[in-house]
Design a protein around this ligand. Structure first.
Ligand SMILES: [Zn+2]
Length: 221
C-alpha cells in the first residue's frame, strides 16, 4: 500500500496511546516523495539563551515513493515516533540511532511484536548525523590580522573564557556556539584562553549546523 494522511494520523493517534502513553506532541503530518527513506521526522531548533537547546515544529513524513505492506508502514511510523519522543524530551542520545534509540526500539519490538529496524531507513542526512559526538561548546574568533581561530571550551569555563578571550587576543569578533559535529571533538578542551587557527572555509559548513549561544548576564542554562 501507499501511505495516506488518514493512515498516518490515525495510526499515530493509536500508537501514541498504546506505546507512548499518549505523551508525544502532535506533529504536522505530511506525505512526501523522498526516494531515500520511507519516513522522516524534521523539526526546528529554537535558539535560546545559553546552551539549552529547544526544539519544536515537528513534521512527520512518509514517502509515497515506497509501496510497502501496512505492517511495514506502521513500523516505519513507530521508528519516527521514537525519534519524536527523544527530540521532544530533549534526551541526549549517543548518535541518531544511539543507545537510547536502540533500547526503545528493542523494548517496543519485544513488547508489541513489532519489527522496527534502523538499517533500511538511513537517509543521507541521518547517515551524516550518525557521526555526531558529545556536544562541544566553542567560540569562533576573527582575529585582527584576518585569521579565524577556534576555542573549544570546557563547559564549566564558558563564562570565564567568554570574558577573557577578548582581553588576551586582538579580536574583531567572537561568536559562541554549540555543536555535536565530530569535527569539534578533535580540538583540545580549553580552560584558559588558547586559540587554534582554522580555515574559515572548513568551518563555514559546520557553523551552518551549529547552534548559536547567547548570554544573558552570567546565566548560561
Ligand atoms: Zn531514524
Amino acid at each position: 500500500m501507499l501511505p495516506t494522511l488518514d493512515f498516518l494520523s490515525s495510526r499515530f493517534a493509536q500508537f501514541n496511546q498504546t506505546i507512548f502513553d499518549g505523551r508525544l506532541p502532535m506533529p504536522t503530518f505530511r506525505i512526501g516523495y523522498a526516494r531515500r527513506s520511507q519516513g522522516s521526522l524534521s523539526y526546528k531548533s529554537v535558539r535560546h539563551f545559553g546552551v539549552k537547546h529547544r526544539v519544536g515544529d515537528f513534521t512527520l513524513t512518509l514517502s509515497r515513493k515506497f509501496d510497502c505492506p501496512e505492517e511495514e508502514w506502521e513500523d516505519t511510523l513507530i521508528h519516527e515516533m521514537i525519534h519524536l519522543h527523544i527530540a521532544a524530551n530533549g534526551i541526549v542520545d549517543t548518535s541518531t540511532h544511539g543507545k537510547v534509540f536502540r533500547q526503545m526500539m528493542h523494548d517496543i519490538n519485544a513488547r508489541w511484536g513489532r519489527h522496527i529496524t534502523i538499517s533500511k531507513r538511513l537517509s543521507v542526512e541521518e547517515a551524516e548525523r550518525e557521526t555526531l559526538s558529545a556536544p562541544r561548546f566553542f567560540c569562533v574568533v576573527k582575529l585582527a590580522d584576518g585569521r579565524t581561530a577556534l576555542t573549544v571550551a570546557a563547559k564549566t569555563c564558558i563564562n570565564s573564557l567568554w570574558r577573557d578571550i577578548p582581553r588576551v587576543y586582538k579580536t574583531i569578533s567572537i561568536d559562541w556556539y554549540w555543536s555535536a559535529d565530530a569535527y569539534f571533538s578533535r580540538f583540545p578542551v580549553a580552560r584558559t584562553p588558547r586559540l587554534y587557527v582554522v580555515k574559515a572555509e572548513d568551518l563555514a559548513p559546520r557553523l551552518a549546523k551549529a547552534v548559536r549561544l547567547t548570554k544573558d548576564g552570567k546565566r548560561i542554562d
